[in-house]
Design a protein around this ligand. Sequence first.
Ligand code: ADP
Length: 584
Amino acid sequence: MEMLCKDPAEEIKQLQRCNNDLVSLLALPALCTGGDSSQIARTLVDVLQRMLSLELVYVVLKDPLAEMPEEFARVTQSALQPREIGAELQRLLGDDPQKWPSRASRRFVDKDLSIVPARLGLHGEIGMVVVGTERSDFPSQTEELILRMATNQAAIALRETRLLNEQKRVAEELDQRVAQRTKELASANQELQLQVGLLQLIPVAAWTILPNGTTDFVNNIWLEYTGQELDYVLSTPAAWMTVVHPDDRDVASTTFWEGIRTGQGFAMETRFRRIQDGAYRWHLNRAVALRDPNGKVVKFVGTSTDIDDQKKAQDTLRNTQAELANMTRATTMGQLTASIAHEVNQPLSGIITNAGTCLRMLDAHPPNIEGARETANRTIRDGNRASEVVMRLRALFSKRQAVTEPVDLNEAAMEVVALLLSQLQKCDVMLRSDFDEDLPLIVGDRVQLQQVIMNLLQNACDAMSNVHDRSRQLLIQTHRDDGGNVRLMVQDNGTGLDPEAVNRVFDPFYTTKNGGMGIGLSVSRSIIENHQGRIWVKPNDGPGATFSFSIPLSAGRTIRETLVNLTPRSAATNVREIAQNLDE
Ligand code: ADP
């Protein structure tokens, strides 16, 4: 995903493609729910190859249930099978994937490739991904980020699929056992006694219900779990209802009676109270009908399985996924800003050159009116182009409506820091963080605030990139100030700012960087002001600068939806006026 290419149209197309790919990456876990893991692996291979233009993509999945690991691969101009590719990689990188280097240059088939392995799951317990290209500078930071995001998303999808399959398998197995017993028992009443014995043995709560809905048997596991006495259960209709969570009772009762009345049995999730600690835990309750040879229901046989842990694991997975989605939004925004900066700079330098030419033509004796008009027109065209780019940028920012939610600024900042960690290392920056542990929550838009923090950290890194005579030190700090505000401060020991710059850094388009756009701090200011806050900078006593923002604690405010208030049209408007004057 090299974004900075020559042709703006091509670049926009590339950005769109890249955005689409990111969206499909994020949708991966949702798409694959109920699907199988090979489908996820194939999608991962596709997405990686498309986004990173790879010569080699190889995915191996370790499935504890399968005998052989599953392998997937794609190599350009080669008919090698995934298994052969896997063997070749082991020959090149070593037998134990856990010990593979994080990056290697190897001769693979007949090409020299930069090879990068990545783990699926924290310790590669789900599998491994290996990518390779002929580019010697692979992977760039962006590519590394994409690789990490793609493998993370795939790992989430794979884990969720496995969990669901396992749950399904257990449920089916139980169903099967019960169905088999049903068949065998339908013939003889004597057998029923045996079945009761069996229900005592199976390792989940089990019970039987008469066609009129009264309980006629429960096993010991049920009694131990709920603390109920057998006599009580058998003599009291719907005794089981007293251990159901009050919020689940209505649904449980409706489903139960519907299943009994129709003779179809039921499957439902309810929370039961565990006597041991009083905790309500989720259970999957299934009942199937036992019929006599004429098809008449003799009784219902059922089980209640504690699925609370699985349910919690799924919730955690879903939350992780949401977090990742948030981060991706924040990073994508940063990358887009960088490439749009590049795009807008071209027309801007065009405007300056043309305006200069125009003035010279007017100053000539006699003035070259025709030439001046033409250059003025060219200037208008460039101005409009720049303005379009900025409009697109604004649209991008405002597409996402500002949301107000309680935000833990420490946590938001830590996520951004985690995201930038490898970049900081690469730039030899020593980061110190000093987060106030008692920091109160503020109300605001978490992703927007993360954009501000990311921008401050990136600027600080830029400001230190020319420092060679001292170690590059970066401090990020949060605290609650005397005025009831929450504050975040980013301090660097970089080149610093002169007094004139201090007054201008928050102006749109003020930049001192080659290829900078000067929009980051102005957007940051809009965001902070929309949070009723303030952002400012102070030169340090020693080298460097300190940027800070503060957000008031008063809750329940509404944040204005409009976010960016730039005036991109002024340049074009000015030039248009010059042209009109010439025409007169
Ligand atoms: P950009 O990074 O594209 O230039 P910003 O609006 O983020 O746009 O920053 C504007 C300008 O402010 C930068 O070009 C730089 O001159 C100055 N600046 C920002 N942060 C720092 C810093 N930490 N130290 C010194 N100068 C800074």
